[in-house]
Every structure is written in C-alpha cells, then in structure tokens.
Design a protein around this ligand. Structure first.
Ligand code: NAD
Length: 324
C-alpha cells in the first residue's frame, strides 16, 4: 500500500494525468504499484492495456470501487466531473471516507487524497473536513491548462490545504504539472480556480462582441485583433483564443478547427455556476458573471452541439443573432 498510487476518474483530463503520474513514478521506482478506477470499466481496462504495452513489467490493477482503491494505496488522486461525483466517490457506503475509517489507525493517518476536480468550494470543504476526521490528509488541487496541458504534464495546480498536506502533494503533482501554487487553506485552490474562470468566461464573451461589432463596422478581423492585442483591450481571449477564424496569424485557436479541442462551453457554464453559486453567500455581487452564465446557458439551449465545443463558440451564437 505504501508504494501504491490509485487514480479515480480517467476522463479527458484524468486519463492523461494518470498516465504521466504512473509512467514518471515508475521511472523513479519500478517496484511501485498502480491502481485505476473509473465508473466505466472499459476505460480502466483500456488504460491498463495501454500502460502495459509501454511498461510490460509494471504492476497495475483495476479497482471497481473507491473502497478498493483505498485498500490498495495510501495515495489517492481523484479527477471527477463535479460536486455530486466527488460526494459519491468520497462519501457514500463504498466511498473513500468509510474505507479509510475501516483501516487501522496508522494506515488511516498515512492515507493522502488529492482531489483535482473543479467543484463547489463548500462541498469540497465539507468533504475535506470528513477526510481529516478519519486521520488522513487531503488537498483540493484543481488544474488549469486543459487537455493539452494534461498530455504534456505542464498543468498548473492550484492547491488548497495545510502546509504539511501541500508538501505531501508536491512530488505527486510535479509529475503531472509545471506550476504548483499553494493558495491557502482547504478550498483555496478551488477559490482561485473559480475566480480565474469567472474572469475568463466574461472576457471571452466581450471579445466575441467586440470582434463582431468591429466587422459590422467594416473592419478586417485580423487588423482588429492586431489593434486590440497591442492595446488595452487585449487579453488571453483575444490574443490566444480569439473566436474569429483568420483573426490571429498563427491560426491555432479552436475557431480554426470549428471550435473543436478547446475548453467545452458546458464546462465553462459549470464553472460560471460555481462562481455565481458561491458569490451570494459571500455577499459578493457578480452582475457580469450572472449575465455571462445566462448567455452560456442560452448558447447551449440554442445550439446543443456547442456544449462540447470550445466556449469561444459563443461568437458563432452571437453571429447568428446579428441582424442585417
Ligand atoms: P470527463 O467527464 O471527461 O471525465 C470524468 C471521468 O470521471 C469519466 O471518465 C467518468 O467515467 C468518471 N467518473 C464519473 N463518476 C465516477 C464515479 N462515481 N467513480 C469513478 N469514476 C467516475 O471530465 P474531464 O474533462 O476529465 O474534467 C475533469 C475535471 O477537470 C472537471 O471538474 C473539469 O471541470 C476539470 N477541468 C477540465 C478541463 C478540460 O479542458 N477538460 C480543464 C481544466 C479543468
């Protein structure tokens, strides 16, 4: 159990992260043991087959429940869609928390959980409190950098937890990312992530609005993008993720591939909801955040296929709304 790591949630992000974590840990210590767990069994099987093709002598197994993952490993990483999944995986009858409670006291105290899911701060803090009560440690460590960063092991991890827990998380996270930032106590990593995505979600909409209005005024999108990006309106949404095909010289933005391969509109809507959901209880007004959340909702209602496309496809929605 000491030399074993379990990874729960092998989705678009988790699959790549687990692969990097396991292959780099294996390179350091080839007697390590790895366990994967996903709600979809075939995903776990596919992961093991691929890993064993590259590392035929590696010791890797499948856990069918989070409980089995806890019994197998003292380090457990979770990368799940959102709050309800984290509550299920940590808290239900066969979840992580009851499984730690069943361990001998010394083994419980050695257990360490890293949750990289982007979820509700309040839920994450409640789960963390319950984990800590078992004697184990936990950090929230949501990521920024997307699937590309997950594949290249260049993610940024925003970590919330005690200094001791942060130090425990560092060697694990460094196999999956480049920047590992201790943001403060439990929930702070998520707080930072949610604030960043709130700003990004609003900026992407207003860049789409400005780029559309400029074209209606007769401006060439490449000239307009050049002006914005060398002026005070410039931001990541205009200079890297510009929503208008042909606006950027390097043509690598998702809009050049029909908005495929970026950050899904559905995930941005989820993150905007996390910000507006928590803001009320903090007495923090979000007039633009709330408007942006409603707009992403409308985008998905009007064109359900945009839910899985990059959130800069809000431009496509606005373009269709535009009247002659
Ligand atoms: P995903 O939906 O592709 O993957 C989630 C995985 O969790 C799936 O394989 C699913 O089968 C598994 N799962 C769900 N419930 C489970 C359960 N009860 N037990 C075991 N496995 C379970 O999601 P993703 O794109 O990998 O994103 C994961 C998290 O990372 C989300 O919180 C997302 O907001 C965040 N995030 C995603 C990106 C991105 O670009 N995709 C970028 C930054 C952060």
């Amino acid at each position: 159990r000491n030399k074993s790591i379990s990874f729960i949630g092998l989705g678009r992000m988790g699959y790549e992260m687990a692969y990097n974590l396991f292959s780099k840990t294996y390179a350091e210590a080839n007697d390590s043991h790895f366990v994967v767990c996903d709600a979809v069994q075939e995903t776990s099987q596919k992961f093991c087959t691929n890993f064993l093709t590259q590392f035929p002598r590696a010791r890797i197994g499948i856990a069918t429940t989070p409980e089995e993952a806890v019994l197998a490993s003292k380090t457990i990483v979770t990368m799940l869609p959102s709050s309800p999944h984290v509550q299920t995986v940590y808290a239900k009858e066969s979840g992580i928390i009851p499984a730690i409670q069943k361990l001998p006291e010394a083994a419980a105290r050695e257990t360490f959980c890293i949750d990289s899911t982007t979820l509700d701060v309040t839920v994450a803090r409640e789960v963390a409190k319950d984990v800590v009560q078992t004697g184990a440690a936990i950090v929230d460590a949501p990521v920024s950098g997307g699937v590309t960063g997950a594949k290249a092991a260049t993610l940024s991890f925003l970590v919330g937890g005690t200094e001791e827990a942060f130090q425990l998380s560092h060697p694990v996270l460094s196999h999956m990312g480049k920047r590992i930032i201790h943001c403060g106590p439990s929930g702070s990593g998520l707080g930072a992530k949610i604030c960043n995505n709130l700003i990004l979600g609003v900026q992407q909409i207003v860049v789409a609005e400005g780029m559309l209005l400029g074209q209606r005024l007769g401006l060439d999108p490449a000239i307009l993008a050049g002006v914005i990006n060398s002026s005070t309106g410039g931001c990541w949404a205009s200079s890297v993720n510009n929503p208008v095909p042909g606006a950027l010289v390097d043509q690598s933005a998702p809009c050049e591939r029909d908005y495929e391969g970026g950050f899904a509109t559905a995930l941005m809507l989820k993150d905007m909801g996390l910000a507006t959901g928590i803001a009320g209880s903090q007495g923090s007004p979000l007039p633009l955040g709330e408007a942006a959340e409603r707009l992403y909702e409308r985008v998905i209602e009007a064109e359900p296929e945009l839910a899985r496309k990059d959130f800069s496809s809000v431009y496509r929605y606005l373009e269709k709304l535009a009247t002659v």
